[in-house]
Write a protein that binds this ligand. Sequence first.
Ligand SMILES: Cc1ncc(COP(=O)(O)O)c(C=O)c1O
Length: 443
Amino acid sequence: MPYLNKTDLKMAALIKAEEKRQNETLMMIPSENHTSQAVREVVGSLLQDKYCEGYPFKRYYQGQENYDKIEDLCRERVKQCFRVPYCNVQALSGAPANLAVYFALLKPGDKIMGLRMDQGGHITHGLKVNVSGTFFNSVFYHVDREGFIDYDAMEEIALKEKPKMIIAGITSYPLALDFKRFSAIAEKCGALLMADMSHVAGLILAGVYPNPVPYCHIITATTHKTLRGPRGALIMVSDKGLRADPQMGERIDKAVFPGLQGGPHENNIAGIAVALKEAQKPAFKRYGRQIVKNAAYLAQCLKDGGLKLCAGGTNTHLMVIDLQEFKVSGNLIAEALEQGGIVANRNAVPYDPNPPFYPSGIRLGAPAVTSRGMKEKEMKLIAQLIAEIIRDIVSIKDKSGLTLEDEKKKATRDKIIAKSAVVKKSKQKVRQLCARFPLPNSY
Ligand SMILES: Cc1ncc(COP(=O)(O)O)c(C=O)c1O
């Protein structure tokens, strides 16, 4: 950063510190990944300087000759990659993309149906505190006691509630969705079907996750998770969507701009195009296959280490450890794992007895560590470290006689973690492991 080093030492130091953190820890939050240097070059380029309100060849400002080509290239790559007839690449991120779809195709007060957020859905799928649950009337489908989506119950609820739109999408549900079943239910109750494949877009491109395109009218996706691009989002309409409403694409374009946004972030759109080119290489298919293999093996090793996983494991990129038997909060364990070099997040488990801010689960995923080149052997080591940390922290906590109420205090959690020699040892082991798998520059 030759210029930043001269102009803003404070910021330069913070970025260097972040580089060190990423280098020396395992990024295991399943919605995160490591982009290539090429993607980062494009996002940080002078493309960021321009206003491009409107769409390619229909803009409101002069000076667009390159931006029209850039955005068009991105749209063409999306259409090629996902085999869809229409897409919009301007939504600034996943939440605005979903909102744009609702704004385009629903009226305020219309009913939407998504997966309960505390069981694996996303806030934008109708949570009451989100705009999707405030301007729209939301109902939910759920998982059963074992953690599997209850499709029969979903059908019953859908036939009774008659939602205008059903959302098939997950943020912490570890198993692949049955889009065929979703589509049959949506057809029976006359609903539009939207897949929010934010988490799994890269897996779909790699052919290791069911493709929602033949079954859904609309497909949204973030570009920065398994797709391994910069932050942004795609909104796609399938042939099925255009058959249901030939104007669906134009409606979505209008909802994004001028409905919700002003100028698009063309530097990110260009970065998405570059990531899609990377994703079209055969190596990306290998990457997707390895994510799923790594996640499955990590899950197996965690279970071998005596841990319980929601829905019994995973056939995707993510899993949720169920900590209920240990009577410990996900907060304490997530913080201990972080001190041990493993960065994951606390998460609710289905039918969690704990409050949402102190849930009983840990969500983990393999996309970023797989980008670093790690394979099954490394997953085994990571699973051992996780299991050892959980056991040690639980034992320290139990010996101190602390309750969940005590655990809610950050200082108490810090004290427990500071006592753990296992956490300290893990940090060293993770550092050694990370040194063998440096952050990638290219794919
Ligand atoms: C399924 C799903 N949809 C939408 C989003 C929102 O994306 P963003 O955070 O980019 O707004 C997420 C983010 O985690 C997600 O998992």
